[in-house]
Each structure stands twice: as C-alpha cells, then as structure tokens.
Design a protein around this ligand. Structure first.
Ligand SMILES: [Zn+2]
Length: 116
C-alpha cells in the first residue's frame, strides 16, 4: 500500500496492511511544513528464530508505532528532537514501513518459551 504524501490532510487517513500473521493498522495525518504524522499499532504473531536455540517460534507482538514522515529533506529549524523518516519520492510505502518495523523487532534478542 502506497500513500502519496501530498494528499494527506488534517483529516486522518486510515490504513491497514497485513503481512503473514501481523497487522499494521493506523493513520497518517498532516502535521506542519513537510511533515506527516504516522501513528499505528503493530500486532499479531511474529515468526522468529530463537536467539538461544535457533528454533523458530511465534512471538505475540503489540507495539505502538509513532513517527513523522518528511516529504523530502527534513531540516530541523526549531531544534526539536522529532523522530523523522525522510521520503524522497513523495510516497509513504506502508508495506515497507511494516517490514522495517518487523525487522527491528526481530533484531532484538528474543528467546522461545523453552529457553526462558
Ligand atoms: Zn529457544
């Protein structure tokens, strides 16, 4: 699912994408300047290899995701520390964001029930 950033307004634009057993559901909303705010829930079951024994297991996840997407280069004029991801094609690729969030969770240390 790809969303054109220019079309995002102050009215929240809902999205929902799924990948295997994971659902990424939330909305995009225009913030200010070139910034679009993204807020979503990442929930479901993640299949991951246990970092201790290597066996694959299903890990329940329920994460809140919140950050800004900048339509082009982001210049921090106000020196406010914001969590900003830059988009250089004017598009928010929701599937790509979902995948990178999943990879981020996978890269943390997690062990299966047997190893706990
Ligand atoms: Zn294990």
């Amino acid at each position: 699912m790809k969303i054109t950033l220019r079309k995002v307004t102050k009215t929240p634009l809902d999205f929902e994408v799924k990948s295997n057993e994971i659902t990424f559901k939330g909305y995009l909303e225009y913030h200010a300047g070139k910034l679009i705010f993204l807020k979503a829930d990442l929930s479901g079951l993640l299949i991951k290899a246990c970092d201790s024994c290597g066996e694959e297991f299903k890990m329940p996840i329920d994460e809140k995701v919140e950050f800004f997407i900048s339509d082009g280069v982001y210049e921090d004029d106000n020196n406010i520390e914001l969590d900003v991801v830059e988009s250089f094609n004017g598009i928010a690729d929701i599937d790509e964001i979902l995948n990178s969030e999943v990879e981020l969770i996978k890269s943390d240390y997690h062990s299966c029930e047997n190893c706990k």
